[in-house]
Design a binder for this molecule. Structure first.
Ligand code: NDP
Length: 444
């Protein structure tokens, strides 16, 4: 068997019951076959791939917290410090009942290559907890965040590991965690990104993932002789990534007709009203059914279904494996031209293969949603130099980074005979930099 196949088999054997982690590893290693084939014996001797797929460190801890009735609860916290070859570990914290070690490992593994693609000096990590923030009071959220940080603070630092937000973790949660870190450590350090602007946060961080998704999509369309102008767009999700993807798509002249949450979805043929969406999700923290109160002509349907709406561009921005092979077939049958992932691994492996077979322009998450972590790295730079850049400055850098990522992955795909396959292009381009750093640093 080839070295790549040996390592995939070992990952499956050594990490049972972690299907998302297997999926992420298989996708990356499959793309790397031509790179590994160039020097297979050396890489095997150096156990390069084994070192790549095994996190440098995995931390699992108890998080006790007390609800508003005085009842104590215990959740599990995780931080996986995956790879620090090119910089301090960097990656978000996810609070969702579905979180387990396998989910955090899949996200942390993806993060290595995404962070490398940004061109900035950041390694890969990820963390979170199976705590469910839904329906919790503000005080309960604070209690959880403080208890989570009272343990996590032992393992992170501005030059070692800098977490950020992800599903269920926005500015409010980062604020509570930052406050607790500062209290325990007695220092004001850039140990988290996504902070509020008055205490070291970067302007444009909130918008960055969604805006970045549209900057790279626009660049890809431009290189194929078209643009977002006049396109019909279908978006899933109604959180941070989805909201700012919708906003930027509309600024570029597209019409976005859907959004969703875990209960149901909205079809608004006149175009989603993003101000209403922000009011419901960012201010009131309510369910999407509320949308109809403001926009009675829109339709709300229970469950999932955004992918059945005909569109030119599809942007999955909710969660992993939310776009299946059947959804991909429906999108293609309806004439979709481009798909760009805002969420992490939102398309199943079969859906990705189908898009590529059908010649659909497809941008994988590790390239297309890298704008969030790139801007987090810009926040780290601002914290280090104790300066604060303007919105325009950060947004301009973000756009440049996303445009560069597109050209890097396009180039890498061409170099290895995979022209137009941005999945392989992203995996290869992300890997090469990490591999060179790992080789230079010896077997550590
Ligand atoms: P949010 O928590 O702000 O929003 C998540 C959205 O997805 C909500 O609308 C949520 O609905 C929906 N959702 C979550 N889980 C499920 C599920 N199991 N089934 C259906 N819908 C679901 O998270 P973000 O917008 O920050 O993150 C979305 C995706 O983007 C994630 O994959 C994340 O890893 C990725 N990402 C985020 C970045 C960031 O900067 N925030 C950076 C890079 C990637 P509900 O409210 O009902 O749960």
């Amino acid at each position: 068997m080839s070295y790549v196949d040996d390592v995939i088999e070992e990952v499956i054997r050594e990490n049972p019951n972690e299907p998302e982690f297997h999926q992420a590893v298989r996708e990356v290693l499959d793309s790397l076959r031509p790179v590994i084939a160039e020097n297979e014996e050396k890489y095997r001797r150096d156990a390069l791939l084994e070192r790549l797929v095994n996190p440098e460190r995995q931390i699992k801890f108890r998080v006790p917290w007390i609800d508003d009735n005085g009842q104590a609860h215990v959740n599990t916290g995780y931080r996986v410090q995956f790879n620090s070859a090119i910089g301090p570990y960097k990656g978000g914290l996810r609070l969702h009942p579905s979180v387990n070690l396998g989910i955090i490992k899949f996200l942390g593994f993806e993060q290595i290559f995404k962070n490398s693609l940004t061109g900035l000096p950041i390694g890969g990590g990820k963390g979170g907890s199976d705590f469910d923030p839904k329906g919790k009071s503000d005080r309960e959220i604070m209690s959880f965040c403080q208890n989570f940080m009272s343990e996590l603070c032992k393992y992170i630092g501005a030059d070692t590991d800098v977490p950020a937000g992800d599903i269920g973790v926005g500015a409010r949660e980062i604020g509570y965690m930052f406050g607790e870190y500062k209290k325990i450590r007695g220092m004001f350090a850039g140990v988290l990104t996504g902070k509020g602007v008055p205490f070291g946060g970067s302007l444009a961080r909130t918008e960055a993932t969604g805006y970045g998704l549209l900057y790279i999509t626009e660049e890809m369309l431009k290189c194929h002789g078209t643009s977002m102008e006049g396109k019909t767009v279908v978006v899933s999700g109604a959180g941070n990534v989805a909201i700012y993807a919708i906003e930027k798509a509309q600024q570029m002249g597209a019409k976005v007709v859907t959004c969703s949450d875990s209960s149901g979805w909205i079809y608004d043929p006149n175009g989603i009203d993003v101000a209403v969406l922000k009011q419901i999700k960012e201010v009131e923290r309510k369910r999407l059914t509320e949308y109809l109160k403001y926009r009675p002509d829109a339709q709300y349907r229970e469950g999932r279904g955004v992918w059945q709406i005909p569109c030119d561009v599809a942007l999955p921005c909710a969660t992993q494996n939310e776009l299946t092979l059947d959804d991909a077939k429906q999108l293609v049958a309806n004439g979709v031209y481009a798909v760009a992932e805002g969420a992490n691994m939102p398309s199943t492996a079969q859906a990705v293969d189908y898009f590529l077979e059908q010649g659909i322009l497809f941008l994988p998450a590790k390239a297309s949603n890298a704008g969030g972590v790139a801007t987090s790295a810009l926040e780290m730079s601002q914290n280090s130099e104790r300066l604060h850049w303007t919105f325009e400055e950060v947004d301009h850098k973000l756009r440049e980074i996303m445009v560069d990522i597109y050209h890097n992955i396009d180039e890498a795909a061409k170099q290895y005979g995979k022209e137009g396959n941005y999945v392989d292009g992203a995996n290869i381009a992300g890997f090469l930099k990490v591999m060179n750093a790992m080789n230079a640093q010896g077997i550590v």
